[in-house]
Write a protein that binds this ligand. Structure first.
Ligand code: PLP
Length: 286
């Protein structure tokens, strides 16, 4: 269920270091198969890379348990929090992952910037992967020494305007309260799930409980791009496509899905508008 962003990098790394990629299977309800995960994560595992919340299925993965499974065998774990950080409170001290990544543009912030948290002990042990201004302490003709964290990994002139905007977004979300946002998103998602499930012949992907604020669906015989175009005409913006999850599309047996997603600016009326626009699109395309 990984976004390509948390798959393709590991394909390149595996190729360059001769590592093997292994995949935790998904159960038919769209959740990870933890029985298989316990078998797959073993003494040969170097890194577990997993999404906290799926951008297609909405599945919220049991990352706490996966952190423990990884650490038990001496592996590192990286969690893709692009879909979780905007929608729920996350306590990295409690969760204790080695790496945790998220994107500003999914949390009311700007494009082109994100955050990669790394455990300082590991980061201190790592060599820089990129060179440029600010990442050095001293440079000699034949060698250089590295600046302290985080500068060691922030080579060159940073995206200053984006970082300032991301800070504003974080402060805005924190002022509202991540607990409140999580509750509200859940309320909207459950309402939408109930309404969409009542529609005939609408296939909804992903688990029914424990899910994030996205609902992917298809109507047999209607291409999701057509659905999205007609919804757009009614002022309802959804996304259609493979959502950067082509292996997951293959697993679902579809080329693409339509996907509605919700955030703190949405209302129950928006969901009613979505359901009614889906109905009119079906009537037109039938
Ligand atoms: C789960 C998930 N991971 C990773 C990404 C990639 O984020 P970015 O485009 O900021 O690299 C996205 C969204 O595009 C996502 O939904």
């Amino acid at each position: 269920m990984e976004h390509h962003a948390n798959l393709v990098p590991w394909q390149l790394v595996a190729k360059s270091v001769g590592a093997e990629l292994r995949f935790i299977p998904i159960k038919s309800d769209g959740t990870l198969d933890l029985v298989e995960a316990r078998k797959l994560i073993d003494s040969k595992t170097a890194l577990v890379a997993v999404t906290h919340s799926s951008n297609v299925l909405g599945t919220i993965n049991p990352v706490g348990e996966l952190v423990q499974l990884a650490h038990k065998v001496g592996a590192r774990i990286l969690i893709d929090g692009a879909q979780s950080v905007p929608h729920m409170p996350i306590n990295l001290r409690e969760l204790n992952p080695d790496f945790y990544a998220f994107s500003a543009h999914k949390m009311l912030g700007p494009t082109g910037i994100g955050v990669l948290y790394g455990n300082p002990e590991i980061l201190n042990d790592m060599e820089p992967y990129m060179t440029g201004g600010e990442m050095i302490r001293e440079v000699f003709l034949d060698h250089a020494t590295w600046n302290s964290l985080p500068h060691k990994f922030e080579a060159g002139t940073p995206a200053i305007a984006e970082a300032v905007s991301l800070t504003a977004a974080v402060k805005y979300l924190e002022a509202i309260g991540m607990d409140r946002i999580a509750q509200y998103d859940h309320h909207l998602t459950m309402h939408a799930l109930e309404k969409l499930s009542a529609e005939n012949d609408l296939e909804i992907y992903g688990p029914r409980t424990q899910r994030g604020a996205v609902i992917s669906f298809n109507v047999p015989g209607i291409h999701p791009h057509d659905m999205a175009a007609l919804l757009d005409r009614e002022g309802v913006a959804i996304r259609a496509g493979h959502h950067c999850c082509q292996p997951l599309m293959r697993w679902l047996g579809v080329q693409a899905t339509a996907r509605a997603s919700f955030y703190l600016y949405n209302t129950l009326d928006d969901i009613d508008a979505l359901v009614s626009a889906v109905r009119s699109a079906r009537a037109i395309l039938a």
